[in-house]
Write a protein that binds this ligand. Structure first.
Ligand code: RTP
Ligand code: MG
Length: 148
């Protein structure tokens, strides 16, 4: 099933100049970038994005971290994109993330785990709508799409 999912590159990915490396992983997997922007999350935006975690012990440091420097937000499209992206990034805790996944290869910290991706189709819809207007999401073909 064709799906769209929300992904953003966390502040340390931009600070560590790993943007190209991470995007390359998604592109090689065959995922299509259909929207992208750089932004500096406001506290309000971060709180909305992570509202399910409010009250947890890691909530405050997480909000502080994700608002500490700019991020790159995007919408990725592909067959079963939600699950595929989650597999590509690996487990939340880099200690449990397999080698070959983005977190398994680039992260050592649970908080600074490089990238966020929606965990279900419902959260993907909610998170995409938080950051992108319909007009900012593009419908286009890749020349080799049929080969993926
Ligand atoms: P994400 O939402 O960022 O894609 O990550 P996730 O679904 O794999 O993890 P989730 O449970 O939604 O947690 C959101 C983010 O909170 C930070 N976190 N820190 N014990 C901790 O210190 C802890 N647990 C979670 C991580 O940055 C995680 O990505
Ligand atoms: Mg999550």
């Amino acid at each position: 099933m064709r799906e769209k999912t929300f992904v953003y590159l966390k502040p340390n990915t931009i600070q560590r100049q790993l943007v190209g490396e991470v995007l390359r992983r998604f592109e090689r997997r065959g995922l299509k970038i259909v929207a992208m922007k750089m932004l500096w999350l406001s506290r309000k935006q971060a709180e909305e994005l992570y509202k399910e975690h409010r009250g947890k012990d890691f909530y405050e440091p997480l909000i502080k971290f994700v608002t500490s420097s700019p991020i790159i937000a995007m919408v990725l499209e592909g067959d079963h994109a939600v699950k595929l992206v989650r597999h590509t990034i690996g487990s939340t805790d880099p200690m449990e993330a397999s080698g070959g996944t983005i977190r398994g290869d680039f992260a050592i910290s649970v908080r600074k785990n490089i990238v966020h991706a929606s965990d279900s189709l419902e959260s993907a819809k909610r998170e995409i709508a938080l950051f992108f207007d319909e007009s900012e999401i593009f419908d286009y073909q890749l020349p080799l799409e049929e080969h993926f």
